[in-house]
Design a protein around this ligand. Structure first.
Ligand code: PGA
Length: 245
């Protein structure tokens, strides 16, 4: 269960979140819990979560180890800061920062090279779904992105199916729509890698996951967890979501 804070929470707000959140999830041992603060709050989050069952993620990384890339952050820096995961290829980065499938593959390789776990996002837009192109788009994003990794690399990543029309809109995919997309992605994994890879890869669902819809989503055996935006900002609502795992 992963929370993506996007461009929210200062360091002080991060400390306040963890003070409230950690005691409420200390007994949640049935799932991995991940929180992805913005870069400037990562150190505060790592410090606050030290010794707990919550791991810290970054929301983005550069694909090079280092170099003249003003404003960018490398995976080595994230690893040193204490991150264990990085969200790669979020639709907001694809949309606003022109991230392509190839960049998603390169960033994922960089994350793996630092020993961290990429959470690789993919998902169709509203128009793509309305015009029956969902599977075509998912297959294309898969093949050019996580599908371009080696089998060994792929065995160390997480996938997140995030239909763009459901992100931040309050329009969650129905559990059935989410499950069908997850099944399709598992077929892509099987075609590209193996039946074993398809069975073992963990696929999170993301897009307006809330305390009142998480149980229906998690009742689908195809869903292995959730990537939560807005509802992960409030400790109580994120706790309710984590406990539904
Ligand atoms: P949301 O965001 O839960 O606010 O829809 C999900 C995400 O973008 O990961």
């Amino acid at each position: 269960m992963a929370g993506n804070w996007k461009m929210y929470k200062t360091q002080a707000e991060t400390r306040a979140f963890f003070s409230a959140f950690l005691p409420l999830v200390s007994d949640a041992t049935n799932c991995d819990i991940v929180v992805a603060p913005p870069f400037t709050s990562i150190a505060a989050a790592v410090e606050a979560a030290k010794g707990s069952n919550v791991a810290i993620s970054a929301q983005n990384n550069h694909w090079q180890r280092d170099g003249a890339y003003t404003g960018e952050i490398s995976v080595g820096m994230l690893a040193e800061a204490g991150c264990r995961y990085v969200i790669v290829g979020h639709s907001e980065r694809r949309q606003y920062s022109n991230e392509t499938d190839d960049i998603v593959a390169q960033k994922s390789r960089a994350v793996l090279s630092a020993g961290l776990t990429p959470i690789v996002c993919l998902g169709e837009s509203f128009t793509e779904r309305e015009t029956n192109r969902t599977e075509e788009v998912l297959a294309q994003q898969f093949i050019g992105g996580p599908g371009a990794l080696t089998g060994e690399e792929f065995s160390r990543i997480l996938l997140a199916y995030e239909p763009v029309w459901a992100i931040g809109t309050g329009r969650t995919a129905t559990p059935e729509i989410a499950a069908a997309a997850h099944r399709f992605l598992r077929r892509c994994v099987q075609d590209q890698f193996s039946a074993e890879a398809s069975a073992s890869v963990r696929i999170l669902y993301g897009g307006s996951v809330k305390p009142d819809n998480i149980q229906g989503l998690m009742a689908q055996p195809e869903l292995d967890g959730a990537l939560v935006g807005g509802a992960s900002l409030d400790p109580k609502s994120f706790v309710t979501i984590v406990k539904a795992a």
